[in-house]
Write a protein that binds this ligand. Structure first.
Ligand SMILES: N[C@@H](CCC(=O)N[C@@H](CS)C(=O)NCC(=O)O)C(=O)O
Length: 214
């Protein structure tokens, strides 16, 4: 199984962490989406040229949500990460769609503004606050984001929340989220190693951009 990936991308982190939790080994094809040669190679298998892109025996999947669902449906033997019960799964799905359409979207918009050297607008700030208010509610009304145990919803929401590190966002107003982050990261094998690799990748990206701009 191959994954075209860069650890600094939160969508890639979704898949890397789900694979880690499943104990599935991925052969990582490090891909820089700002490098024309890497993009050309990726476009041959994924016309949308997005990372993460996953390949197993010639079968190609992109969109981190679709990749993660494939992995858990195929490799999660006890089925807890993506529960089979229709009602429980519907809550996991709701959180996943909340993540792609609201939480990650708001986080990404603010990071993009920051990387472009702009202050986030009041509208962006409000959207992020509303998304985090909802996330706080979700992680405090149940033991985990969608169920009474860890599911892929926790992993996807986790990467959105930890991406707030780019903004040095103060989460003090969200004690439930802070507690939940500790609980969820404690259940992911070798999470400290993952964070160390992410820190290294992030610093390299920042240094590369600083060199480019001058
Ligand atoms: N919804 C997608 C988002 C993937 C995405 O936009 N990835 C970015 C990197 S974080 C990318 O590949 N950008 C390059 C491009 O769009 O050409 C997912 O969850 O996989």
């Amino acid at each position: 199984m191959e994954l075209y990936s860069d650890i600094i991308s939160p969508p890639c982190q979704n898949v890397l962490l789900v694979a880690k939790k499943l104990g599935v080994t991925l052969n990582i094809k490090k891909t820089d989406v700002e490098d024309p040669a890497d993009v050309a190679a990726l476009t041959k298998i994924n016309p949308q040229h997005t990372i993460p892109t996953f390949v197993e025996d010639g079968h190609v999947i992109w969109e981190s949500y679709a990749i993660a669902i494939y992995l858990v449906e195929k490799y999660d033997k006890d089925g807890t990460l993506y529960p089979k019960d229709a009602k429980v799964r519907s809550v996991v799905n709701q959180r996943l769609f909340f993540d792609i359409g609201t939480l990650y979207k708001a986080v990404l918009a603010s990071i993009e503004a920051m990387l472009a050297g702009q202050q986030p607008s009041d509208d962006l700030k409000e959207k992020l606050k509303k998304a985090l208010d909802l996330a706080e509610k979700f992680v405090t009304e149940r033991p985990y984001a969608a169920a009474d145990h860890l599911t892929i919803a926790d992993i996807f929401m986790l990467t959105s929340v930890t991406a707030l590190g780019w903004l040095k966002y103060d989460l003090a107003a969200y004690p439930g989220i802070e507690r939940w982050v500790g609980k969820v990261t404690g259940e992911i094998p070798d999470y400290a190693d993952f964070r160390a690799e992410l820190k290294e990748g992030t610093e390299a990206y920042i240094a590369k951009n600083a060199a480019k701009s001058g």
